[in-house]
Ligand binder design. Structure first.
Ligand code: ATR
Length: 276
């Protein structure tokens, strides 16, 4: 039998750090397996996922732009994936293709590891209304936040998230940031603003509570302008690299049978590869 192999299917997929993460754990646990990049165009996703068993895969990840479409290709999905309308992890069980969304776990587990007191919070402010924002909102609901406001440059997308998730999620325009910031125990940047060379969000952190926590889903750069601004106001900050690492844990466990640990060494390796 061939060594168990998992994939990451995306379009494009060359930039993905997931092979580095999973190969680190495979070597660490002495598992004879592999994790490979699978460039899959949108029109080929359904056929690809329908034949992963025949192709010798035990499962894999799907990433941009496939996370919504993959939900339709699965025979069964977890409650979390259904609620988000997006799948990022698939595996075979009894010949049926299962899908889960581990970004929700990744967001919460990163904060659990770095700043466990985040769970004491009641009010959260989430900036951005794309797929990443939905994962964050899912995690905040599971953590029991009583007030979750989603603000977005395009207000309609924030209102759509509020409508999809229902109470206690509210939506609004990014212009409301100054009004909402002062109530937040947790402030999340779930936008692509500040990623790479993209312009950062303009935030006047003076309105924020000094005991609030700020976290970013962006990890290039590791210390974003968003996090620097929050830290300058005295907020505790958690960068986004851990979310990438922690979202990989449940998939590895399903495919290879061992629950791996997000260690400092893994974090250093991935940070070095990203060049941060
Ligand atoms: P993802 O699935 O990674 O969340 P996305 O669906 O493209 O990606 O969403 C990107 C998010 O970043 C959106 O909330 C987007 O705002 P719009 O919905 O108005 O486009 C937000 N975003 C990107 N660049 C931004 C910027 N310069 N300022 C504010 N928001 C920005």
């Amino acid at each position: 039998m061939n060594p168990p192999t998992a994939f990451i299917a995306g379009w494009p997929v060359a930039h993905s750090r997931s092979p580095l993460i999973h190969r680190f754990w495979l070597a660490q646990h002495g598992i004879d397996g592999d994790y490979v990049r699978a460039p899959v165009a949108p029109e080929g996703l359904d056929a690809f996922l329908a034949t992963i068993g025949a192709a010798g895969y035990v499962g894999g990840n799907v990433t941009v732009p496939h996370k919504q479409a993959a939900l339709q290709s699965c025979d069964e999905v977890t409650a979390t994936a259904r609620r988000l309308g997006a799948v990022n992890t698939v595996w075979l069980d009894g010949g049926r293709l299962w899908g889960d969304n581990t970004d929700v776990h990744g967001f919460a587990a990163n904060l659990d590891a770095r700043l466990p007191r985040w769970r004491n919070g009641a009010a959260a402010l989430v900036i951005g209304a794309g797929g990443a924002s939905r994962s964050v909102v899912g995690a905040l609901l599971e953590a029991g936040f009583a007030d979750i406001v989603v603000l977005n440059r395009t207000a309609e997308r924030a209102h759509a998230i509020a409508a999809d998730f229902g109470s206690p999620v509210r939506g609004g325009a990014l212009q409301r940031l100054a009004d909402e910031l002062g109530a937040a125990d947790l402030v999340v940047n779930a936008t692509a603003a500040g990623m790479g060379d993209a312009a950062a969000l303009e935030i006047d952190w003076r309105a924020a509570r000094p005991d609030a926590i700020a976290t970013d889903i962006v990890y290039v750069p590791l210390r974003t302008a968003f996090l620097r601004g929050a830290a300058a106001r005295g907020l505790a900050v958690v960068d986004g690299l851990g979310m990438l690492l922690h979202q990989a844990v449940p998939g590895f466990e399903r495919w290879f049978g061992v629950r791996p640990v997000v260690s400092d060494e893994l974090r250093r390796r991935v940070a070095a590869d990203i060049g941060v």
